[in-house]
Ligand binder design. Structure first.
Ligand SMILES: Nc1nc2c(ncn2[C@@H]2O[C@H](COP(=O)(O)OP(=O)(O)O)[C@@H](O)[C@H]2O)c(=O)[nH]1
Ligand SMILES: [Mg+2]
Length: 379
């Protein structure tokens, strides 16, 4: 199951515009395609200058980027947690996501109605967060009931879980996201109780599939006239992101959608005029990739294909081999490893080997972001 980022926001925040911009970028911006695989799900290639540099060096016949999937999730409105609108349906869709991109409306447009009279992206974010927290609260309350009945025959075994769940319920009830629960002092206290530990708290949160436990980034969708910085509303979004320790991306979804259909040089020239150094979409895709805590490793198979692959941070050469092919993983012998920039400096794998810069690593080697890996295996 590939990792997915859900595009979430109030109606008319620009979610579908953003999603379509990513989809259309496929046509015009060939190196970084984005294809729609289901009406609301698309695959974005991750722009990566390291991959470009390796392709320059090796001149393969094919270059393949790493990817991230996005889903356009409609229907988050006030009252959604009670099932209003498409409430339940969209909450189920969010539950399946690995991370969320919260689209916040910062663009003025009298023709596009907004749920409130004045634009206030932070108030909008609070509405979104409250709905998610209330949905989580309902989840936790259901779990408490289940745990209570399980505890009847063996109260001691469930003591820690019940205490922790009660604290979590209070935390969510105050409108706080599950993300910040592990760090609150009372949770720390519970963690020290028998059966606990911070890892146990994390495991419990994970098991509950809580919406407010998902990593997220904020997207300030601004009007073209406020580019490149996005004006005061975007500044407030950046502030909010800094306060909660998340990332924020400022972009104009409508401009991105239009520019995605232009010839690349003209789009680049217009971007430069607006003061933008790179497509906002690229920044969004890259930020999403970081949000998922993914790293990239590269393969340069026979000089034919240069490819970027995705791996969870902390996984090993053996896992990397499995990404490439299950046969390669099964027959894993060892891996030749060199950092991408060392390979560039060496000029070729052969030269890197001759000069002793190619390392030989075993299956437990923890892959580092930017490693070029060649796995030796027996079939
Ligand atoms: N002026 C302006 N309009 C936008 C921008 N992004 C989206 N819109 C418009 O806002 C309306 C709602 O956008 P849509 O993407 O359908 O919102 P959704 O409900 O969040 O999916 C559409 O008419 C868009 O053209 C933007 O950056 N600037
Ligand atoms: Mg929409």
């Amino acid at each position: 199951m590939p990792l997915q980022v859900g595009i979430v926001g109030l109606p008319n925040a620009g979610k579908s515009t953003l999603f379509n911009a990513l989809t259309r970028a496929h046509v015009a911006v060939a190196p970084y395609p984005f294809t729609t695989i289901e009406p609301h799900i698309g695959v974005a290639s991750v722009p990566d200058a390291r991959l470009d540099a390796l392709a320059q060096l090796i001149k393969p016949s094919k270059v393949v980027s790493a990817t991230v999937q996005f889903a356009d999730i409609a229907g988050l409105v006030r009252g959604a947690h009670r099932g209003e609108g498409l409430g339940n349906q969209f909450l189920a869709a969010i539950r399946e996501m690995d991370a969320l991109a919260m689209v916040l409306r910062c663009f003025e447009d009298p023709d596009v109605p907004h749920v409130t009279e004045n634009l206030d992206p932070i108030a909008d974010l609070e509405v979104l967060d409250l709905e998610l927290a209330l949905a989580d609260l309902a989840t936790v309350e259901r779990r408490i009931e289940r745990t209570k009945s399980a505890a009847k025959s063996n109260p001691k075994a469930y003591e820690w879980e019940l205490t922790t769940l009660a604290q979590l319920r209070d935390h969510l009830g105050r409108g706080q996201p599950a993300r910040t629960f592990v760090s609150v002092p009372s949770a720390g206290h519970a963690a020290k109780a028998e059966g606990g530990g911070e890892d146990a708290v994390r495991a419990l949160l994970h098991e509950l599939f809580l919406l407010t436990y998902k990593p997220r980034l904020l997207v300030a969708n601004v009007g073209e006239d406020t580019l490149p910085d996005g004006g005061p509303l975007a500044a407030r979004v950046l502030d909010a992101a800094a306060r909660e320790g998340s990332q924020a991306v400022v972009l104009c979804a409508e401009c991105e959608a239009a520019l995605a259909e232009w010839p690349p040089e003209e789009a680049a020239a217009y971007r430069a005029e607006l003061g933008l150094r790179e497509p906002g979409l690229d920044r969004l895709v890259q930020a999403s990739y970081r949000l998922l805590d993914l790293i990239t490793f590269f393969t340069v198979t026979g000089g034919e294909v240069v490819r970027a692959w995705t791996l969870r941070r902390g996984l090993t050469a053996w896992h990397a081999a499995g990404q490439v092919h299950s046969d390669i993983q099964r027959g894993f012998v060892r891996a030749d490893v060199i950092r991408w920039d060392e390979l560039l400096a060496a000029g070729s794998l052969a030269h890197a080997r001759e000069t002793g810069r190619l390392r030989s690593e075993g299956r437990d080697y923890v892959v580092q972001d930017g490693d070029v890996i060649h796995v030796h295996f027996v079939a």
